[in-house]
Design a protein around this ligand. Sequence first.
Ligand SMILES: O=C(O)CCC(=O)C(=O)O
Ligand SMILES: [Fe+2]
Length: 233
Amino acid sequence: MTVTQLPLVDFGLFLHGSIDQREQAAKKLVDSEEDLPGFKAFIEQYFDLVQDVSLDIMRACEVGFGMPENSLVDRCIPAASELRMLHYPPVSLERLQTGTIKRAWPHTDFGIITLLFQDSLGGLEFEDRNKPFTFVPIIPSDENELIVNTSQTFQRWTNGVVRAGLHQVNVPPHMSAITEGYIPERYSSVFFLKAHREVSVGPIEQFVTEERPAIYPSITALQYQQEMTEILY
Ligand SMILES: O=C(O)CCC(=O)C(=O)O
Ligand SMILES: [Fe+2]
């Protein structure tokens, strides 16, 4: 397997780390052959593997939508995807109960799809679309379980036909009745499949009809990424 592009590795403390701290931590890990021999090679191989898996999912979506072969896949090459390795430090339940902090607030991701592994603690929750703003925990059953989440670019390409999944990271379900003490640290690995930077993230022709006119503008993936990064960070 060839390494085509150096992945972005965000190894920051999700709750307390500033953007600078996160970037420094990521750089340190990427450069740290001495401290963590083999880590960089492992991460690059892992990046290529999840990129390949996500392109297979794109191929399946092309078949599902009756789209010409490679019409989605070609929009993802060369890869502009991102890999994020997250560490959530232990956090006190009292602090969480104030309602001012959360492990991750409800959001949708802005790539095409997200491939996510969570550890055995759990905490990831998705919105139940039948009951807006109520969330259903994704109970970890197996550390090898891959969670696939649709994201904003897919919603835009399909002109709103496929909707991005709203999700958050909350107190793990088995601890929800506990009011004192700490919830343990948590790790997750999150891969965001992103479109090639020059590709439009506006609706693909097939999803635009007279009854369903384009509801999103045709801007490039790079412009969209920059807009979203400014809003979020
Ligand atoms: O840590 C998780 O399970 C979710 C992280 C997440 O939603 C994100 O990084 O966008
Ligand atoms: Fe997310």
